[in-house]
Design a protein around this ligand. Structure first.
Ligand code: 1GP
Length: 226
């Protein structure tokens, strides 16, 4: 198991609100991916998260939670990724909900397991964009500015470019990666073939594959590049 996120090239993101049979889960966990991330934008509960975590735990692969609601934080994951949305004016998605969660549980957290993420949500039709009021960017310079904001101003270890549900503009992603000095660029959104995985892997540090798992498992597995 590799918990050094700087070495991660590929992550499968599983949604606790969607069903996956045992053989599919086994193939994903044994695929050679660097980590299984558990999280989603809607329908995530404590119960469905515990259930999925315990099934993934039977395998050696790193198993991490991406927290979208503090009601579904489950002990026992290897790492906890905590997103803050950078391209919204709605403060609750930047620091508001985080503040409330830390007020309640801050003293109990194992900070060595926490990975803060700076999120930029670029597909306006995605659930995450609608939920958080993500603002559209006009040009790659906007994304580069957010990359610097995450890397240099806030010193976040992960800059996450999220196109959830659509394959994004890899030239924008590439340009954003080039301005990062410390942070790692995670790219997720619409990767549904080996070819797209190659393009995204060339533009980003780490690629995240979600939806296609539930649509075409073979194609999802082909995104783990050998
Ligand atoms: C979603 O970035 C991930 O949070 C992956 O996107 O579901 O479109 O693969 P897809």
């Amino acid at each position: 198991m590799n918990l050094n996120i700087s070495a991660w090239k590929h992550v499968f993101k599983l949604d606790p609100d969607r069903s996956l049979d045992e053989s599919a889960l086994e193939r994903l966990c044994l695929s050679g991916t660097d980590a299984i991330m558990v999280g989603g934008s809607s329908g995530v509960t404590y119960d469905n998260t515990v259930d999925l975590m315990s099934r993934i735990r039977r395998f050696e692969v790193a198993c991490v939670q991406e927290i979208s609601t503090d009601e579904a934080v489950v002990p026992g994951f290897d790492l906890y990724f905590i997103p803050s949305v950078l391209n919204t004016e709605q403060g609750r998605w930047i620091t508001g909900r985080h503040h409330q969660a830390l007020k309640d549980y801050g003293a109990l957290l194992d900070w060595s397991r926490v990975v803060p993420e700076g999120y930029v949500i670029l597909n306006p039709d995605s659930t995450a964009a609608r939920l958080t009021g993500a603002q559209e960017l006009e040009e790659p310079e906007d994304l580069k500015a957010y990359a610097r904001l995450a890397d240099k101003l806030f010193r976040l270890p992960v800059f996450y470019v999220e196109y959830s549900g659509a394959f994004g503009n890899m030239e924008w992603v590439r340009q954003a990666k080039h301005v990062l000095e410390e942070a790692r660029l995670f790219y997720g959104g619409g990767i549904s073939s080996e070819e797209q995985a190659r393009q995204a892997a060339e533009a980003a540090h780490t690629i995240v594959v979600g939806n296609i798992i539930y649509e075409d498992l073979e194609r999802a597995l082909s995104t783990v590049l050998k």
